[in-house]
Write a protein of this length. Structure first.
Length: 132
């Protein structure tokens, strides 16, 4: 089965699904992460309880596993995020008060393009991370 069914505007035969079919903008993804970093509240409105955010972003996998996942997020020491198909990636860093949104759709970069996300992370962290 194809992950993306065209036309993309078809709301009767095309549904959101993992590995393709979820669409957003960098602005909206960043707002979503801002809400999570603010324990479920954004712009004075509560969307999730602090307890729900904690469950989403805490490790749910066994401690003896090399993988560290919450409910829909990879989680680490003060960070949580989600990697998507074809190189998309998002990360929220509570320690640095930083949100990184990398929205690309590329299955293999030419030349040394595979270093692009790392270069983005390094530059964004240097420029925008809160110093502690």
């Amino acid at each position: 089965m194809e992950q993306l069914l065209y036309p993309l505007t078809n709301r009767t035969e095309r549904f959101a699904m993992p590995a393709g079919g979820l669409f957003s903008t960098a602005h909206d993804v960043a707002r979503f992460y801002r809400m999570l970093l603010n324990d479920g509240e954004l712009d004075g409105r509560r969307y999730l309880s602090p307890a729900a955010v904690k469950e989403l972003t805490r490790r749910q996998t066994p401690s003896d596993s090399n993988d560290s996942y919450g409910l829909g997020f990879s989680v680490g020491d003060g960070t949580f995020g989600h990697g998507g198909a074809y190189s998309t990636n998002t990360t929220a860093d509570r320690n640095r008060n930083l949100i990184l949104v990398w929205l690309v759709q590329h299955n293999g970069f030419p030349g040394e393009g595979d270093k692009a996300q790392g270069a983005f992370r390094e530059a964004a962290t240097k420029q925008f991370a809160a110093s502690k």
